[in-house]
Design a protein around this ligand. Structure first.
Ligand SMILES: Cc1ncc(COP(=O)(O)O)c(C=O)c1O
Length: 353
């Protein structure tokens, strides 16, 4: 039963020459040295040190801050030159700081498609907080996380079992992967006049039907919660799928906050999902378009997911978006009671209605 809330292919790599040329010398220190300055870790205040123990610092935010504060002449993108050539109308509107920190993939800022520095560190800290084995930062919303998840699990001609009221990104994922949809009609709530979730029984019937016809099921995709807040029994769906080796992808765009209060439902990853995509920008506090893709278990090939993300995302990812994910993660790790007040207000409002 769905319940209400209370509260695949190997794409080509980006051209290495192109990437190298823009990563190579890009900044010249205005002092005497011509070498690219290294980041020095700022000293942590006592409050920050205690946060560091609880949930860690924000490595990407710190690296961005450190790089932006260097006294250097810049010979890199973007052309607004750390705000010096920014259109004044926008600079006045959003402030010069936004331009100053709008930096490209400089060596000390790591590489989203092959992270081994501050991005990797920030993603690992996010994985720890969100309870996944690996987390990818996304700069093209949950949309690209869903597309990559389907592409990494379904080969052309495979079936994707999916609720009929899925988000449009699932439809584009079908187009991109060549997977064939097997639709499940979600439960309908006459009390609320909205579509609900899908059940383990519905998934079991869909899998059996396809297997009897000799079809291969690439994955099952569940939207949980829906836009209206209806959750499906992800754990039950996982127990139908995993014995058959079928991965479960959860569109958790509207459930990025579930991990942060006991009265919220369990997260998809906690319930055993293989891939869960969350719009950190929708229900948490990162910038619009920034999301996270989490994985757990060993049913999904993580390298394939990384390769698909490389096809779907810009080779010039915005560090404002990336660092906003790191900042949101840090903020949540520091403020463990962040949802107490909104929940109390929501409950009070509900009582008064
Ligand atoms: C259920 C659902 N899934 C996925 C998405 C796509 O999320 P994003 O805007 O982060 O790409 C949305 C967006 O509204 C959504 O409502």
């Amino acid at each position: 039963m769905a319940h209400f809330l209370t509260g695949s292919s190997s794409p080509a790599s980006a051209c290495p020459h192109h990437r190298e040329s823009h990563r190579q010398h890009a900044v010249v220190q205005c002092g005497t040295s011509l070498s690219t300055p290294r980041i020095s870790e700022p000293e942590a205040s006592p409050a920050e040190s205690s946060a560091c123990i609880q949930g860690g610092m924000a490595p990407l935010v710190q690296a961005l801050q450190s790089t932006a504060s260097q006294d250097v002449a810049c010979f890199h993108f973007p052309g607004h030159n750390r705000g010096k050539a920014a259109p004044s109308s926008l600079s006045k509107l959003i402030g010069p700081g936004a331009f100053l920190h709008d930096l490209p993939e400089l060596p000390e800022l790591d590489d989203l498609f092959s992270p081994n520095g501050v991005i990797l560190d920030a993603q690992k800290r996010a994985a720890q907080l969100f309870g996944s084995s690996k987390t990818w930062f996304l700069v093209n919303g949950t949309t690209c996380g869903i597309q990559a998840s389907v592409m990494a699990t379904c080969s052309p001609g495979d079936y994707l079992i999916v609720p009929r009221n899925c988000h449009i990104s699932v439809i584009s994922a079908l187009v991109l992967s060549g997977a064939v949809p097997k639709y499940i009609i979600p439960e309908y709530s006459s009390a609320w006049d909205i579509a609900g979730g899908i059940t383990p029984l519905q998934v079991d019937e869909a899998v059996k039907e396809l297997e009897e016809d000799g079809k291969r099921v690439g994955a099952v995709l569940v939207t949980s919660p829906t836009y209206h807040g209806v959750c499906s029994n992800v754990q039950g769906i996982v127990s139908v799928c995993h014995p058959r080796g079928i991965p479960v992808i959860v569109d958790e765009a509207h459930g990025a906050h579930f991990r942060f209060h006991d009265s919220f439902p369990s997260t998809a990853i906690e319930q055993g999902a293989d891939l869960a995509v969350q719009s950190t920008h929708k229900v948490l506090c990162s910038l619009t378009q920034s999301s996270m893709l989490h994985t757990a278990g060993d049913l999904v090939n993580v390298d394939q997911v990384s390769q698909c993300l490389q096809v779907l995302q810009s080779s010039s990812p915005s560090y404002l978006l990336l660092s906003s994910l790191d900042a949101a993660r840090y903020h949540l790790s520091k403020n463990t009671n962040i949802f107490d007040e909104p929940l109390a207000i929501a409950s009070e409002t509900k009582d008064q209605l």
